[in-house]
Design a protein around this ligand. Structure first.
Ligand SMILES: NC(=O)c1ccc[n+]([C@@H]2O[C@H](COP(=O)([O-])OP(=O)(O)OC[C@H]3O[C@@H](n4cnc5c(N)ncnc54)[C@H](OP(=O)(O)O)[C@@H]3O)[C@@H](O)[C@H]2O)c1
Length: 379
C-alpha cells in the first residue's frame, strides 16, 4: 500500500533491541523445531483484507492471495497473529490522504503487527524461524502473512515473552507517537536526565490509543507531573496508568485549570482548536504538540497543508510559545521503548478485539473516536 506514516526526523540510531541486520550468519530453524512444523505454518495460499477503492467499510474484501515470498536475503516472512487498528487506517480508507499521491489498488491497510517468523533470507542472522516479532511497517498488516526487510525496517524487534501478541500489536504506532510528541517535539528529558516532578504535562485525549501511552511515557520515562483530560467514564483507567490529575472535559473546563505546563499534547484535534485554548496554560518556553492535526471527516487538501506551514512559520518566528505537529513516527525510536514493555512499565490498554476479516466492525468502532485504548485484529 502507499507509505503510511512518514518519518518526522529519522536521526537517532536504534540500540540493540531492534533486529536491523549488519552481518551474515545463517541459522534456519530454532532449536527443537522441525521443518515440517514451519511448513504447516507457511502455506502457499493465504488471506489478506484488501480495499480496492476509497470508501466506507463496504470496500473491505477478504481475498485469497499467494502468500508473500522472500525477495531479498534480508527478508523475513511473518505469520501475523494480531494487527493494531489506528485512526490513520480509517482516514486512509476514506481517501482523506489522497492529496499525498496516487496509490495502487488493491491495497492492504495496517501499520503494526505481532507474529511469528516462518521463513527468512540467507543473510538474516539476528532472527530465527519461529521467533516472535512485533513492530510497525509502512502498511499491509491486515494480512495473514507479511514480508519485512530486516535491513531497512527499524521499527521491528523481537517480542518480549512477557508481552502477548495482542498487546504487542497495539503498541508500536501509538507508543512511538506519544514518544515523538513528548520527547522529540516536546523536548522533555528522559531517564537519568529527567528530574521527578520537574516538568508538567497536559495530555488532551488521554484515554485513546496515543493518550494512554502518552500518560505512561510522560510518567515513566520523563518523570513528569501529568494532568490528563478525558471523559469521566475513563478517568479511573487514566489514573491507573499514572496520571496525577484527571479532568473530565464533559463537566469541567480544563482550560480554566492550572497554567504552568511545559508541554501540552493534543491527541484529539478536529475543530477544537486546542492550540489557542491552551496557549495561556503554557509556560513561556512551553510547547504545544498536535498529534492530530488533520480533521476526521475532511480530506486533507493542499490548502490545509499551506495553511499549516504558514501557521508554523508564523508561530516559529513571531509566536512566544512553540507549536509543533507530529506528522509521522520515527521508527528508530522503537528500540528505546522495547525494554519498558519487557519490564511491564508501559502496557497496551486493549479496548476490544475483532477477527481480521471483521475489520469493518473495528473501523466502525474506532471511527466513533471514543475508544479507550487500542482495538486489535486477530488472525
Ligand atoms: N501524527 C502521527 O504520526 C499520528 C500517529 C498516531 C495517531 N495520530 C492521530 O492522533 C489522533 C489520536 O489517535 P488515537 O489513536 O489516540 O485516537 P483514538 O484512540 O480514536 O482516540 C480516542 C479518544 O479520544 C478521546 N476524545 C474524543 N473527544 C475528546 C475531547 N473533546 N476531549 C478529550 N478527549 C476526547 C476519547 O476520550 P473519551 O472517550 O474519554 O472522551 C477517546 O478515548 C488521531 O487523529 C490520529 O489519526 C497521528
Amino acid at each position: 500500500m502507499a507509505q503510511a506514516a512518514s518519518s518526522t526526523s529519522e536521526t537517532v540510531v536504534g540500540s540493540t533491541t531492534t533486529i536491523v541486520e549488519t552481518t551474515v550468519e545463517v541459522r534456519s530453524v530454532a532449536p527443537g523445531k522441525t521443518k515440517r512444523q514451519i511448513d504447516n505454518l507457511y502455506p502457499p495460499k493465504s488471506h489478506a483484507l484488501q480495499i480496492s477503492k476509497y470508501g466506507d467499510t463496504s470496500v473491505f474484501q477478504w481475498a485469497e492471495v499467494s502468500t508473500v515470498q522472500i525477495q531479498s536475503p534480508y527478508d523475513i516472512i511473518i505469520k501475523v497473529s494480531a494487527a493494531g487498528v489506528n485512526p490513520f487506517d480509517y482516514k486512509f480508507r476514506k481517501g482523506n490522504y489522497a492529496v499525498f499521491g496516487k496509490v495502487k489498488f488493491p491495497l492492504v491497510l495496517g501499520l503494526e503487527f505481532s507474529g511469528i517468523v516462518v521463513a527468512k533470507g540467507e543473510k538474516v542472522n539476528k532472527v530465527h524461524l519461529l521467533d516472535k516479532i512485533w513492530g510497525t511497517i509502512r502498511g499491509g498488516c491486515y494480512s495473514e502473512f507479511i514480508r519485512v526487510n530486516t535491513a531497512t525496517e527499524y521499527g521491528v524487534a523481537l517480542k518480549p515473552t512477557s508481552v502477548s501478541h495482542i498487546e504487542a500489536a497495539g503498541a508500536p504506532i501509538c507508543a512511538l507517537s506519544a514518544y515523538g510528541a513528548l520527547v522529540t517535539l516536546g523536548e522533555l528529558p528522559v531517564g537519568d536526565k529527567a528530574e521527578a516532578g520537574k516538568h508538567k504535562v497536559l495530555i488532551i485525549g488521554a484515554s485513546g490509543g496515543v493518550g494512554t501511552f502518552a500518560v505512561q511515557i510522560a510518567k515513566v520515562l520523563c518523570k513528569a507531573k501529568v494532568t490528563a483530560v478525558c471523559s469521566g467514564a475513563n478517568a479511573e483507567l487514566v489514573r491507573r496508568l499514572g496520571a496525577d490529575k484527571v479532568v473530565d472535559y464533559t463537566i469541567q473546563d480544563f482550560t480554566a485549570d492550572e497554567n504552568d505546563y511545559d508541554v501540552v499534547v493534543d491527541c484529539v484535534g478536529n475543530q477544537n482548536d486546542f492550540y489557542h485554548k491552551t496557549i495561556p496554560l503554557l509556560k513561556k518556553k512551553g510547547t504545544f504538540v498536535s498529534v492530530a492535526f488533520d480533521n476526521d471527516d475532511n480530506k486533507v487538501s493542499l490548502g490545509d497543508l499551506t495553511k499549516l506551514s504558514f501557521q508554523y512559520v508564523g508561530r516559529k518566528f513571531f509566536g512566544a510559545r512553540k507549536y509543533r505537529a507530529l506528522y509521522g513516527v520515527n521508527r528508530k525510536d522503537f528500540s528505546k521503548l522495547v525494554p519498558y514493555f519487557e519490564r511491564h512499565e508501559i502496557k497496551t490498554v486493549v479496548a476490544e478485539k475483532f477477527p481480521l476479516r471483521e475489520a469493518a466492525k473495528a473501523h466502525e468502532k474506532i471511527e466513533t473516536r471514543r475508544t479507550a485504548g487500542k482495538i486489535i485484529l486477530t488472525t
